[in-house]
Ligand binder design. Structure first.
Ligand SMILES: [Zn+2]
Length: 249
């Protein structure tokens, strides 16, 4: 190789490195559902966030599980970014046992200018405790100009989640995404309502992910009793999928 060609190659490599360093980070927002000791916000203002919804047979609360899993996903996202040398970061809407109302959570999302937004939850049937499966929810098509993209995001994320969950719960299945049309008498999710108040987020893929039905005894045994072992594996699968999705946009 001649010295001139070598110099051009070196310059090219330097330019590539500078672009990578200068590129703004691709951001993934993870919203740990619920939190704190009390509901926050109000239904009138469409900011109401419940402190907790689902509880497992042993008494594990959804709000604590969402925070634990979200922290693990965020840490894994940043680890993958370091390993790949790609500027990806994760932003949490809460980092402790507090319950920001949905206006505050949506503002955190808008400030982050993310590539995608996922609100992590755990489901419950509220009685029979027989349902199994990973399930995502998007804003209903009538209120959502980004419905098809949200549905595609939700479907991919559910598949990634379910594949990881089935390592511990072979009978679990990915469910087709649902919409929020049934919530609050047809008004839909308060979080989606608040996110829609930020026009810059209109085309940002977003969904709720209900990891599993935690009132099912098999979920307690297979996923929750060993959550120190199962959650890091689940978080890795979610983080890997989210990073690949975010970088593909
Ligand atoms: Zn929830």
């Amino acid at each position: 190789m001649g010295p001139i060609r070598a110099a051009f190659i070196a310059l090219g490599a330097l330019a590539f490195a500078c672009r990578a360093l200068a590129a703004p980070p691709v951001t993934i927002v993870i919203d740990p559902g619920h939190g704190g000791r009390a509901d926050s916000g109000s239904m009138v203002a469409r900011t109401l966030s419940a402190s907790n919804n689902a509880t497992s047979p042993s008494g594990l609360r959804e709000k604590d599980l969402t925070l634990e899993l979200s922290r693990l996903v965020a840490a894994r996202v940043e680890q993958i970014a370091r390993e790949r040398g790609t500027p990806v970061r994760a932003v949490l809407t809460r980092a402790d046992d507090t319950n920001p109302d949905f206006a505050r959570r949506a503002q955190t999302c808008a400030d982050a200018a993310p590539a995608c937004i996922v609100s992590l939850h755990f489901n419950a049937t509220g009685g029979s405790a027989k349902a199994l499966g990973s399930l995502a929810m998007t804003a209903a098509a009538a209120r959502n100009p980004n419905f098809e993209a949200d549905r595609a995001f939700a479907t991919g994320l559910t598949a990634a989640c379910s594949a990881a969950v089935r390592q511990f719960l072979p009978d679990s299945r990915p469910r087709a995404p649902i919409t929020d049309g049934h919530l609050h008498g047809g008004q839909g999710s308060n979080f989606f309502f608040q996110l829609a108040r930020h026009p810059a987020l209109a085309r940002t893929p977003k969904c709720f992910l209900e990891v599993e039905f935690i009132d099912h005894p098999a979920v307690q045994r297979g996923l929750l009793d060993r959550h120190d072992d199962t959650f890091p594996i689940l978080a890795s699968a979610l983080a890997k999928h989210l990073v690949e999705f975010a970088l593909s946009r």
